[in-house]
Design a protein around this ligand. Structure first.
Ligand code: S3P
Length: 426
């Protein structure tokens, strides 16, 4: 499906973007291994989270959908049953990596697969540490694990593990395995990453403590199903934050957005660039900080984005690059080599596509450099089946002179099924 985007000179209104993808995945996974019903409100009905639901149904869990409310009939820590079919995670790296940790500790064998993109994404990062705990993975290339692969569940032992890359998915896989392991699992992160796993598991009765970048997980006898209210996804809100800043005549209110400090790097960077952003009605819901974000037209300036900021905005870098095209001066993004192993190589795909608009942007080894101020002109862009590239380029299209065509635009369904409608509504 191709979408035609026309330039807009004014953006006004209020948007409630869909539920947080990371939290929606976790609500189903953790609800499945908790005792009793987990009632999830504001669940993201995007393709990735639906893949998680489909995998857990194959593990014997009853999951009912009523609009954006999901009822997970959890069977407790030891209640999953052996799947009789292959577990297909579709495009979802979070599903594949977190489930690897969980399934490694079950008393049965599971086979996992996913789409063409997922089959290229590195899985050694989870296999290396889970194997140290005693996990057994079987794959065509044992030393370079990729989907499809088989997990033979084993009795695991706890380890202390220092993550070589900052990855919430690997940390979460270890913590899930740690729930079942003998002893205390300790994970040390190079930089803090999103901590939704720690927050939600503790909310359901786990015993996880965090001290700086060190996380301790002790085994427990049971988790308990609870009501979970999923906040709107800051990664989806980011497209409207940038559109609101860059558009000459804009005022956009983004309601009930998750602003957990491990995720809110995009707000900090836009503020440092001179954005007119205010946060209202802050409160904590189910352990997660949420608030309304008001964005108005702003004159942005270039900045440097690096170090511990990167994991706090890793998924927002494509749209941040669009913001940088409209900022005065140069923006440098470094320490972001992880972008190369996302749904597409996002250093290459962002730079390639923004160049088509006439942006002055260069790839670097671990990020990109953007010289802002070149006017953007509408063009035809590719999405590489990567939802974040599609949505970032749509925002570039709204701001560019003339008309932009987004080819294969439907991949936005992965995380934001009504994205183009929301953009048009403003
Ligand atoms: C996620 C963690 C991040 C992020 C992904 C979702 C999660 O991946 O990019 O979209 O829900 O834990 P990494 O852990 O690979 O950095």
């Amino acid at each position: 499906m191709d979408i035609v985007i026309k330039q807009k000179n004014s953006l006004h209104g209020s948007v409630t973007v869909p539920g947080d993808k990371s939290i929606s995945h976790r609500s189903v996974m953790f609800g499945a291994i908790a005792k009793g019903i987990t009632e999830v409100h504001g669940f993201l009905l995007g393709e990735d989270c639906l893949s998680t639901i489909s995998c857990f149904r194959k593990l014997g869990i009853t999951i009912e959908l009523q609009g954006e409310t999901v009822f997970v009939h959890g069977k407790g820590l030891h209640g999953l049953s052996a799947p009789t079919e292959v577990l297909d995670v579709g495009n979802s790296g979070t599903t594949l990596r977190l489930m690897s940790g969980l399934l490694a500790a079950q008393p049965f064998t599971s086979q996992l697969t996913g789409d063409a993109s997922i089959q290229k994404r590195p899985m050694n990062r989870v296999a290396v540490c889970l194997r140290q705990m005693g996990a057994s993975f079987e794959c065509a290339d044992e030393d370079n694990l990729h989907a499809p692969f088989t997990i033979h569940g084993k009795k695991l032992k706890a380890i202390e593990y220092t993550l070589p890359v900052a990855s919430a998915q690997v940390k979460s896989a270890l913590l899930l395995a740690g729930l079942y392991a003998e002893g205390e699992t300790v994970v040390i992160e190079p930089e803090p990453t999103r901590n939704h796993t720690e927050i939600m598991l503790n909310y359901m009765g786990a015993d996880i403590t965090t001290n700086g970048t060190t996380i301790h997980c002790r085994p427990i006898s049971q988790l308990y199903g609870k009501r979970i209210d999923v906040p709107a996804d800051i990664s989806s809100a980011a497209y409207f934050m940038v559109a609101g800043c860059v558009c000459q005549n804009a005022e956009i209110l983004l309601k009930n957005v998750g602003i957990n400090p491990t995720r809110s790097g995009i707000i900090d960077v836009l503020l440092a660039m001179g954005a007119d952003i205010t946060i209202q009605n802050q409160q904590t819901v189910c352990g997660e900080l949420v608030g309304d974000i008001l964005v108005r037209s702003s004159g942005l300036s270039g900045t440097v984005v690096e170090g511990s900021l990167i994991p706090r905005l890793i998924d927002e870098i494509p749209i941040l690059a669009v913001a940088a095209c409209f900022a005065k001066g140069t923006t440098v993004i470094r320490d972001a080599a992880e972008l190369k192993v996302k749904e597409s190589n996002r250093i290459h795909t962002v730079v390639t596509e923004l160049k088509k608009f006439g942006a002055s942007i260069e790839e670097t080894e671990d990020g990109m450099m953007i010289h802002g101020g070149n006017p953007l002109t509408g063009c035809t862009v590719e999405t590489y089946h990567d939802h974040r590239i599609a949505m970032a380029m749509a925002v570039a299209g709204i701001m560019a002179d003339g008309e932009t065509i987004i080819t294969n635009a439907q991949c936005a369904n992965i995380s934001y099924p009504a994205f183009y409608e929301s953009l048009l509504q403003l």
